[in-house]
Design a protein around this ligand. Structure first.
Ligand code: PGA
Length: 263
């Protein structure tokens, strides 16, 4: 079985105390799961980051930031720089979450600057991609994903691939009004993403984990994780209770092992 990735973005939920107790419970509940088999990461609010890195062992749970400015310092009121995040000691930076793109109007070109800066500062860098509902209806999902990847990783070399993760999150599948993708549809999009990463980075591109996200829950997680091109799950609401996330992780791992056993 290849390594499996599980992550959650806490968005603008949970205060500092809630985040710490969530992280500690998750660390405790998943302590027996080998980190050779899985990587687990949580992306809390900025205000919770300093306490989060001290509250748990980052070998067990990587801590990530939800966004980052590409510049180290300057006249960028309200932004957080890579130097500031380095000082806190986090592991990962998420770039281009659907809400950054669609609520805050970030473009692929801005995501590219952030990706380059995040990698230059040594962070694991998670680029999120996904098509909107109308793009899906017009049959251009694959073209949109290719564009987001080609621009998002423009100027990035294959020497960086061990630090890169990609999350495929169709915009129409995310959040309370989202509907989860069909697992077969998600698999096709993951195949497109992997083919594109291969084009961009050569064979090293195939080492980049590609996670599915968007209304993942206990009922549908097995159908996603057992697809050959899905390397992990990026979970929102269904992960914000540590006990529930632990159950979901174990169930998905079990489904994968059963699948591997049958092959
Ligand atoms: P959701 O969120 O699982 O609550 O749909 C996914 C995400 O935004 O990453």
């Amino acid at each position: 079985m290849n390594k499996v990735y599980f992550g959650s973005n806490l968005k603008m939920y949970k205060n500092i105390a809630e985040t710490i107790s969530y992280l500690q419970e998750l660390q405790h509940k998943t302590a027996d799961l080998s980190r050779e088999e899985l990587s687990l990461f949580i992306i809390p609010s900025y205000t919770s980051l300093p306490s989060s890195v001290n509250a748990i062992k980052q070998q067990d749970i990587w801590i990530g930031a939800q966004n980052m400015c590409w510049e180290e310092q300057g006249q960028f009121t309200g932004e957080i720089s890579p130097i500031m995040l380095k000082e806190i000691g986090i592991d990962l930076v998420m770039i281009g979450h659907s809400e950054r793109r669609h609520v805050f109007n970030e473009t692929d070109y801005v995501e590219n600057k952030k990706v380059i800066s995040s990698l230059a500062h040594g962070f694991k860098t998670l680029l999120c991609v996904g098509e909107t509902e109308i793009q899906k209806e017009y049959g251009i999902s694959k073209e949109i994903l290719r564009e987001q990847l080609q621009i998002g990783f423009h100027g990035v070399t294959s020497a960086n691939t061990s630090k890169i993760l990609v999350a495929y999150e169709p915009v129409w599948s995310i959040g309370v009004n989202g509907k989860p993708a069909e697992a077969g549809y998600a698999e096709k999009m993951h195949e497109t993403i992997k083919a594109c990463l291969h084009e961009i980075f050569g064979k090293e591109g195939l080492q980049i984990p590609v996670l599915y996200g968007g209304s993942v829950n206990l009922k549908n997680c097995n159908s996603f994780i057992t697809q050959p091109s899905i390397d992990g799950l990026f979970v929102g609401r269904a992960a914000w209770n540590a006990d529930q996330f632990n159950i979901l992780i174990r169930q998905a791992l079990k489904a994968l092992k059963e699948k591997d056993h049958l092959q």
